[in-house]
Ligand binder design. Structure first.
Ligand code: ADP
Ligand code: MG
Length: 387
């Protein structure tokens, strides 16, 4: 077994990782140490801090019940904060003593179930929040939204005469037509079939970019977060574990929980000795400060492990899962440790094949051994780096 070089990314590598990042100018939404609780003494979210820059698309990502909707509701002004502060466009809107009403926050919300008015036509659903404007102005704004969201020709239909995707576009139009400071979207694709969801993601992404809309989107699906977000906040049991770009989240997860949640990951035990981590898969550079003898785990992704069928090799293919564009292999090392390897769709090896493992990790992600048990640890940075 060989391990190709595993060192912490340099600044220039990090720049490449963040190469696609949209770089807006100022902070439109900021949460500072926000905690909310439905029942006193039992916080639903705790000490949440993050900020969205103008035009940025943020995703709140985490399993069901981790507090995503609670955070959206707090930003929208539906839920008070027990401690901390929320700022919109630099104005304090929530704190234990301040609660600006929803209608004065200029946030747009799209809920999972869209909540359209069934008795109103598309055009009147969209115009609903514009009653204060003159008729001609209102009509011009609605026409503009219909054009932006591709709903021209549907303006006189009722919601029940529309597909799920079209209903979603109406809900989006109704929120966007008011030029919200921030658009809040709670699992907007969960009612759509996967094909439609994929198309709507792309459409929505283009629309948000064109309209330069600052957005917070909630999802439990890491693929969706990766596809949509400039930055992602990963939540676990009401706490923020990492706030970072999708690329950093995947390659440099801050905690074992994040590592596991954003994609398939294996955790290989190792021991630190003289600057290196010694594992069954070879040696890796040590990237955390610790003494010789410290027990650690190295996180490795399936795309970092290459398989080479070799007579006499001591690792064995256990199973293959065909996924169309790739084969995901489960492999057993001599110790019984299981790892996963993704290979091209045409690399087909039978169960029982003896294989050499080549580890192609370009960087090492290490956790102390005690942190990786249960995969719900205190946030720790695996590698020291600036932001
Ligand atoms: P998510 O949107 O990530 O699934 P939520 O924000 O809805 O999570 O919930 C966070 C936590 O708060 C969960 O433990 C949930 O059971 C609890 N919770 C949510 N809404 C209420 C409510 N209205 N009353 C009491 N507890 C609630
Ligand atoms: Mg929710």
């Amino acid at each position: 077994m060989t391990s190709d070089h595993s060192t912490a990314p340099t600044r220039s590598q990090e720049t490449t990782l963040q190469g696609n990042l949209y770089t807006p100018v100022s902070s439109v939404l900021e949460l500072r140490h926000v905690s909310c609780a439905y029942v006193a003494g039992r916080p639903a979210v705790q000490e949440i801090s993050f900020a969205a820059r103008e035009g940025e698309i943020l995703c709140l990502l985490g399993p069901s019940g981790c507090g995503k909707t609670t955070i959206l509701r707090a930003v929208a002004g539906f839920e008070p904060v027990r401690s901390g502060q929320i700022f919109l466009s630099g104005q304090l809107v929530s704190s234990p003593d301040v609660m600006t009403p929803t209608e004065n926050r200029r946030v747009g919300m799209v809920f999972q179930e869209y909540a359209l008015f069934p008795h109103l036509r598309v055009q009147d659903n969209i115009a609903f929040g514009l009653r204060h404007l003159a008729r001609s102005e209102r009509s011009a704004r609605v026409q503009e939204m219909l054009r932006l969201t591709g709903l021209e020709g549907f303006e006189r239909r009722y919601p029940h005469e529309l597909s799920g995707g079209q209903q979603q576009r109406v809900a989006l139009s109704r929120a966007l037509v008011q030029n919200p400071v921030v658009l809040l979207l709670d699992e907007p694709f969960s009612n759509l079939d996967p094909d439609m969801a994929g198309r709507m993601r792309q459409e929505l992404h283009d629309l948000l970019r064109r309209t330069k809309t600052t957005t917070v989107l909630v999802t439990h699906d890491h693929d969706e977060a990766f596809a949509m977000a400039d930055r992602i906040a990963v939540l676990n049991q009401g706490r923020l574990e990492q706030f970072d770009t999708p690329e950093m989240m995947y390659h440099m997860p801050a905690t074992p929980f994040v590592a596991d949640f954003v994609g398939q990951a294996d955790f290989i035990p190792g021991t630190v000795f003289q600057g290196m981590v010694h594992t069954e898969l070879g040696e890796f550079s040590n990237t955390i400060e610790c003494e010789d003898g410290t027990a650690v785990v190295v996180m490795i992704r399936p795309d970092d492990i290459h398989l080479v069928p070799t007579k006499g090799a001591t690792s064995r293919v256990l199973s293959r899962q065909f996924r169309g564009s790739e084969n995901l292999y489960t492999v057993s090392l001599p110790s019984g440790q299981i790892v996963h390897s993704s290979q091209g769709s045409t690399s087909v090896y039978q169960a029982g094949t003896a294989v050499e493992l080549r580890v192609l990790a370009t960087h090492t992600v290490l956790f102390r051994r005690e942190e990786s048990t249960g995969l719900a640890s205190q946030p720790v940075r695996p590698i020291a780096r600036e932001h």
